[in-house]
Design a protein. Structure first.
Length: 383
């Protein structure tokens, strides 16, 4: 499977530059406002690939604080229409949907949407090319760990990474999507102020843009056998090693057997696998008498890392290179030191990692949730 993906990615790069289409700056004969329509568009964040994502703050993770919309003509035209919308420019519905209006020209289009990018974009949004958008990188993440003083005491609590800080400050998590579709004139609806109304039909059959978070979530949980006395051992280290610091803001795709799939090799071009993610000290629950309760070591945000083993029933296989895997690292005060390979992660994944500790063994149990229909359809395979 990996060989097929690698060959498909290479073949697609040679034939179509990995789905990249150079679109020039706004200018020239295609700039006319003639024939524009006022299009009301709806956008929402795709839920994580698990129906039980009820963690505290999950609503904030779906919030759209700022939205950038790029609309490109498909074909020879170099025309780009782009606009930024703040939360005040959109009408928020009760179902997590946001509605906004934009003047655009009708036709077959490729749309790029990014919410809460976490990076600075040029003020002249229409000057972006599709190639530039497809090469945008997310913010680089610092290590995320508990903050200890030199004498080993917890000093200032948790060191927040940039994603945690963005959520805390109300700036939201980076989300994006790209899809093709039609903008047509709505002949049955009268426009206002001389601008006709438009209709939107995306190639995935919907009229709603579904944003995909550029991060995955990993929840760390420890369990200790209840029959063990509380003073048998203590957890000294529980961390994720080699987690990814950066990724592409938009997914990269390749065509395999006529189907659009994530282009793993291209996505790994942004990988910087030298990040450590530690547990949240304050989330440990106290044990009751001789019984240890399951305690939560926090939910952590990671960028996708396509290097890693494949879990059962996964639709795709991870790339094989153990030096680039992310690992769960566990150290107990009785001298036991174990590492477990973390499965490869896609954006919008949600994994729960449970470490089960006994007097003689440490077992790592990872439960994935995956949803195959969160990625939109593409049809413009030659443009």
């Amino acid at each position: 499977m990996i060989a097929v993906l690698l060959l498909a990615g290479l073949a697609y790069f040679l034939s179509g530059c990995s789905n990249e289409v150079l679109i020039g700056e706004k200018g020239g004969k295609d700039d006319s406002d003639d024939g524009k329509v006022m299009l009301a568009m709806t956008v929402r964040a795709t839920p994580l690939s698990v129906s039980g994502d009820t963690d505290a703050g999950s609503e904030e993770e779906r919030a759209i604080r700022s939205l950038y919309v790029f609309v490109f003509n498909i074909g020879a035209s170099q025309y780009c229409e782009a606009e930024r919308f703040s939360v005040y420019d959109m009408a928020e519905g009760t179902d997590g949907k946001y509605t906004f209006k934009m003047e655009v020209t009708p036709g077959y289009k490729r749309f790029y949407l990014v919410a809460n990018p976490g990076i600075d974009l040029r003020s002249n949004l229409a000057s972006y090319t599709q190639a530039e958008l497809q090469d945008l990188r997310t913010m680089v993440l610092n290590d995320h760990e508990d903050d200890y003083s030199s004498d080993g005491e917890l000093s200032r609590g948790l060191k927040l990474d940039q994603l945690m800080t963005a959520l805390k400050d109300g700036r939201g998590i980076p989300m994006s999507m790209s899809v093709t579709g039609w903008i047509t004139l709505n002949k049955n609806k009268t426009g206002t102020e001389g601008t006709a109304q438009g209709n939107l039909m995306l190639d995935d059959g919907s009229d709603t843009f579904k944003l995909i978070r550029a991060v995955a979530k990993v929840r760390l949980i420890c369990r200790v056998k209840k029959e063990l006395p509380s003073n048998n051992f203590e957890l000294e280290t529980f961390e994720i090693l080699q987690a990814n610091r950066q990724t592409f803001l938009f997914p990269k795709y390749a065509v395999t057997n006529g189907k659009w799939v994530i282009d793993f090799p291209s996505m790994t071009e942004a990988a910087d696998l030298r990040r450590t993610v530690g547990y949240v000290y304050g989330k440990q629950e106290n044990h009751s008498g001789q019984e240890w309760l399951e305690f939560d070591r926090g939910t952590h945000y990671l960028y996708e890392n396509y290097f890693g083993p494949t879990l059962p029933d996964d639709a795709q296989e991870g790339l094989i290179d153990e030096t680039k895997y992310s690992h769960i690292h566990v150290v107990l005060d009785d001298g036991r030191d174990r590492t477990f390979a973390l499965p490869y992660l896609k954006r919008n994944d949600y994994l729960t990692v449970r470490i089960n500790m006994s007097a003689s063994d440490i077992i790592c149990d990872i439960q994935p949730w995956e949803k195959e229909d969160i990625y939109p359809d593409y049809t413009d395979t030659t443009n």
